[in-house]
Design a protein. Sequence first.
Length: 101
Amino acid sequence: MKLGACCSTGVGSSFMVDMNMQDVLKQIGREDVETTHIDLSGLNRDVADHFFVGRDMYDAVVNVVGPENVTALDSIIDKDELKNKIQEYLNSSDKESGSED
């Protein structure tokens, strides 16, 4: 599984969210999940299974990958919010795939 972040240039906020996702995944013991970041022009459904983006990018990302593949962040610097939303996504994804603990 791969989680992604996206911003307009792929080097600013998406890079920060990517680094924070890596930290969160280590904290929750999910080092099996990969992360990536990308700019909007390179975005497609093959980049990641699910994206975590700032509210300002939500509509643009949804237009490319669909609403089921995107979670909006109220604050891209709030690690607690990111952690909660990643855990919610992973829990629902694990249930759908039948691999919950």
